[in-house]
Design a protein around this ligand. Structure first.
Ligand SMILES: Nc1nc2c(ncn2[C@@H]2O[C@H](COP(=O)(O)OP(=O)(O)O)[C@@H](O)[C@H]2O)c(=O)[nH]1
Ligand SMILES: [Mg+2]
Length: 234
């Protein structure tokens, strides 16, 4: 009895979250903005990847960052140095962002800027390979990072994250030679979970693969944002 009640509560919670996510996505669509939800375990390299991405793309695309962390604005402060708006959301005891928290971030953003001037929202989710995969925030695409130091088996042990992702980055490739890790096994395990996602191996340190990642971001943004399509076809 108790278990049934908990399951129903969980389903209601996810349902309410999903409705909120659709509401956020409708706002983004109206403003001509694409939203990417960037997820991984703590320390896989999300903030460094965002730093490299902002350094390369912040002139070309109008970017805003929504930075989710349980406490502190340490990552938000790192990203503010790139001259883009960064909305910090502290989730407190929650191990993921949810659509309501992101709606709060969107309202803050609307207060300070004209959202229609922007093309791309990059959301850095809380470091966790489990819950963020369950709670959509209004993204158009999910990006998951797995660093080479985490082991080949993680796609099999955290299947939802790897099944849901549209783009999977194998990060810290510069460290691979120092580890007993089989990159082709990581790729095979990701493929077993998700036959169609884009997989890109990157190193934020050496720059390996970064241009491929940037081109993926450029291509999904252009596909999604009518204003940029018009600019490209001119
Ligand atoms: N060697 C190496 N270290 C990296 C790379 N990317 C991130 N790191 C390091 O990994 C640690 C965690 O990175 P961070 O971006 O904060 O991870 P996050 O918790 O996912 O945001 C930091 O010490 C980074 O300098 C990489 O490509 N190569
Ligand atoms: Mg971070």
């Amino acid at each position: 009895m108790h278990q049934t009640f908990d399951a129903a509560l969980g389903i209601n919670l996810l349902h309410a979250n999903q409705q909120g996510a659709e509401h956020n996505r409708a706002h983004f669509d109206r403003w001509g903005i694409i939203c990417l939800n960037i997820m991984s375990s703590p320390g896989a390299g999300k903030t460094v990847l965002l730093e490299r991405t902002l350094a390369a793309l912040s002139e070309e695309l109008k970017i805003v960052v929504i930075e989710g962390d349980m406490t502190t604005e340490l990552d938000a402060d790192r990203l503010r140095q790139y001259g883009v708006p960064v909305i910090a959301i502290n989730t407190g005891r929650s191990c993921h962002l949810d659509s309501k928290m992101v709606a709060g971030g969107i309202h803050q953003f609307e207060h300070l800027h004209n959202p229609s001037d922007f093309n791309l929202v990059l959301v850095e989710n809380v470091g966790n390979l489990v819950c963020p995969a369950e709670f959509e925030v209004g993204e158009h695409y999910k990006v998951a990072l797995l660093s080479v130091t985490e082991g080949e088996d993680k796609p099999l042990k955290y299947p939802l994250m790897f099944q849901e992702a549209d783009c999977l980055l194998i990060t810290k490739m510069d460290l691979a030679p120092y580890l007993e890790i089989d990159i082709s096994r990581i790729e095979a395990n990701i493929r077993q979970m998700n036959p169609h996602a884009t997989i890109i191996s990157v190193s934020a340190k050496t720059g390996e693969g970064l241009e491929i990642w940037l081109n993926w971001v450029r291509s999904v943004t252009r596909e999604h944002v009518p204003e940029l399509q018009a600019a490209t076809s001119d």
